[in-house]
Design a protein around this ligand. Structure first.
Ligand code: GDP
Length: 395
């Protein structure tokens, strides 16, 4: 079972010669548009084009309900980190491990009912945007944290607009309700006047009053998230090769590169060959959020992958391929493409600089090394640096 280049061109909307050039990068020469390539290869090409060939092809498979993936956003100091800490402590895994969980970029809260919610452990807008910029739409619901004593602030609005652009529903958590100066009513009115259609005003955005510090209302927040997930009827294909995204990556001295990923669809299985962004490897082990080794990972389940040859970036996609050879090829192809893009960008910047005028001073290169404990943070900082929109800065 394969498909001709012509079929692939029709399905993907890409020109034959564009397809041939991608195939060449993958080490495959295909001369004629009537030549056939395997579905696997077609999928790899599709991936390079951002088109999902496999899904367009099969469509079936076992589709099951899956947990929601939640990101916490809000103004600085309104309690995002405190909320994540408190939620992490309520997770069954944390209880099993005596309150100790590894920080791997995501954790799971399990309810008595058996339902669960996956939280991304990196709060903030930069991480959310960086992921989205790479096409990683992992977040299903945004928890918008607003401090009851401070009210709506610039980053509250920013978070609202991020969620809106990404078409992700919001659940509002009015935090610090334990404080004497807390005025949740005022927060409601402010949010309402910013166009958020709150439930108690006839809209469908749920609002929960909490205290991340004294752990009040966390159960209500979890219930609200489950309800939101139910309304969204979140489902995913559970069989077949996994599609996943990196939420965090780091290098461990003993274990090498480690990437925490969340599966979007399919099942990730230990031992598989994978390509992650421009890196590749064979899954030596998968670990859950408490560090327990597991054979496989289903949709919305965060797992830490060991066995990659290099360090991927937050937001990178994970693709399962059927051989080491294919993994190497795709990784090489992507690295080449990254380098090309990088050089083109430098080129554009230099042209821009040249157009600015004669007096352009001699360029001084200043190497900057960004260090952080996890790759997600490095990404956020480097993206911020790159986004400095000045002809005097280029990377
Ligand atoms: P972030 O910047 O949004 O991550 O905010 P943090 O979680 O770091 O919290 C900022 C400050 O607010 C810290 O001093 C927290 O102890 C405090 N804080 C967070 N949540 C609450 C709360 O529910 N009640 C009170 N009284 N203080 C809180």
């Amino acid at each position: 079972d394969g498909m001709t280049l012509r079929d692939l061109s029709k399905r993907s909307g890409a020109k034959i010669n564009a397809l041939q050039s991608i195939l060449a990068d993958l080490g495959e020469r295909v001369e004629s548009e009537f030549d056939s390539i395997t579905i696997d290869l077609a999928e790899l090409v599709g991936m390079e084009l951002g088109v999902n060939i496999r899904r367009m092809h099969t469509g079936e498979g076992t589709v099951e309900p899956r947990p929601a993936v939640v990101t916490v956003m809000g103004h600085v100091d309104h309690g995002k980190t405190s909320l994540l800490d408190s939620l992490r402590q309520t997770s069954v895994a944390a209880k099993e491990a005596g309150g100790i969980t590894q920080h791997i970029g995501a954790f799971v809260v399990e309810m008595q009912s058996g339902a669960s919610i996956t939280f991304l452990d990196t709060p903030g807008h930069a991480a959310f945007s960086a992921m989205r910029a790479r096409g990683a739409a992992v977040t299903d619901i945004v928890v918008l944290v607003v401090a009851a004593d401070d009210g709506v602030m610039p980053q509250t609005l920013e978070a609202m607009s991020h969620a809106k652009v990404a078409n992700v529903p919001i659940v509002v958590a009015i935090n610090k309700c334990d404080k004497s100066g807390a005025d949740p009513e005022r927060v409601r009115i402010q949010l309402g006047s910013e166009g958020l259609l709150l439930e108690d005003m006839g809209g469908d955005v749920q609002v929960v009053e909490i205290s991340a510090l004294s752990k009040l209302g966390l159960d209500k927040l979890e219930e609200a998230l489950l309800l939101q997930a139910e309304i969204m009827d979140l489902k995913a294909r559970t069989d077949g090769p996994a599609q996943a995204f990196v939420v965090e990556a780091r290098v461990d001295r003993g274990r090498g590169p480690l990437a925490t990923t969340i599966v979007k669809s399919g099942t990730l299985v230990s031992g598989q060959y994978i390509v992650v962004g421009a890196e590749w490897g064979r899954i030596r082990s998968l670990r859950d959020t408490v560090g327990k080794v597991t054979e496989s990972a289903k949709p919305a389940m965060p797992v830490e992958i060991e066995g990659l040859r290099g360090l991927p970036m937050a937001g990178d996609d994970v693709v399962v391929v059927d051989s080491e050879e294919r993994a190497r090829m795709l990784s090489q192809g992507r690295k080449k493409k990254q380098e090309k893009d990088r050089l083109r960008k430098i080129d554009e910047n230099m042209t821009e600089e040249a157009e600015i005028g004669e007096e352009t001073p001699e360029r001084v290169e200043m190497p900057i090394i960004v260090k952080a404990d996890v790759q997600g943070s490095v990404q956020a900082v480097t993206d911020a640096l790159r986004s400095l929109n000045s002809p005097q800065v280029f990377s």
